[in-house]
Design a protein around this ligand. Structure first.
Ligand SMILES: N[C@@H](CCC(=O)N[C@@H](CS)C(=O)NCC(=O)O)C(=O)O
Length: 218
């Protein structure tokens, strides 16, 4: 199995958490998202993923793209621990939370979107920061709301991590990186503490990856 990823990619990070939880260790193929204009845009990488995005997973002579598709494939092929536990209603709520991050929040902060804001739309850093604060801020507030009826547990949907946590953890790193505070959101803040303690999440952290340009604590 070969995994095409980048240390700071939150979509690749989702997969890394799941690989760690499931005890799977694919070979890493680093794709540098900014060097030489972005290796993801090279002709060679577009053969792997025509979307020019990471992650991509080579497995069984095929290529899987889209982190959530990779995560569901992994969950279907390595049962324990389940990423989508519970009954059909539980699983729908976990998916909804994960999709809120992956479909509605993350795409608005993606590298190519920020590059477009800075380039074609000629926004300065203050303009980009306003964009990120608006969409990431609103998104995190909504995630807190999605959990508001639930008991406080170590993870978003119970005692063990699910697809929801896998999507949220890297998103919180991005929030920190872009200066978007979630200190006023008690459930999201408590989840951040759970992730900081869980070995699978710690090992998946951007700064712990072999291609990282920032070392732990850096
Ligand atoms: N929906 C995709 C998103 C993938 C994605 O946006 N990847 C980012 C890194 S997190 C990327 O490759 N960005 C490159 C770019 O914007 O040029 C997934 O979940 O896999």
């Amino acid at each position: 199995m070969r995994f095409h990823g980048y240390w700071r990619s939150s979509a690749a990070w989702r997969c890394r958490i799941a690989f760690n939880l499931k005890g799977v260790a694919p070979e890493l193929v680093p794709v540098h998202l900014t060097r030489n204009g972005g290796e993801q845009k090279s002709a060679a990488y577009r053969q792997v993923n025509p979307q020019a995005l990471v992650p991509a997973l080579e497995v069984g002579g095929r290529i899987l793209t889209q982190s959530l598709a990779i995560l569901e494939w992994l969950d279907e092929t390595v049962a324990d621990p389940p990423l989508l536990p519970g009954d059909a209603l539980d699983r729908a709520q976990i998916r909804a939370f994960a999709l809120a991050v992956a479909c509605d929040i993350h795409p608005l902060q993606n590298l190519r979107v920020q590059q477009y804001l800075r380039g074609e739309l000629a926004q300065d850093q203050a303009g980009v920061d306003r964009w990120l604060a608006r969409w990431l801020g609103d998104g995190l507030q909504a995630l807190e709301g999605l959990l508001s009826e639930r008991d406080v547990t170590p993870f978003a949907f119970g005692d063990s991590p699910t697809l929801a946590d896998i999507c949220l953890a890297p998103q919180l790193y991005s929030a920190d990186r872009f200066g978007i505070s979630y200190a006023h959101l008690p459930r999201i803040s408590a989840l951040a503490e759970s992730y900081a303690r869980h070995p699978a999440f710690v090992a998946a952290h951007a700064h712990c990856q072999p291609d990282s340009e920032i070392r732990e604590g850096g």
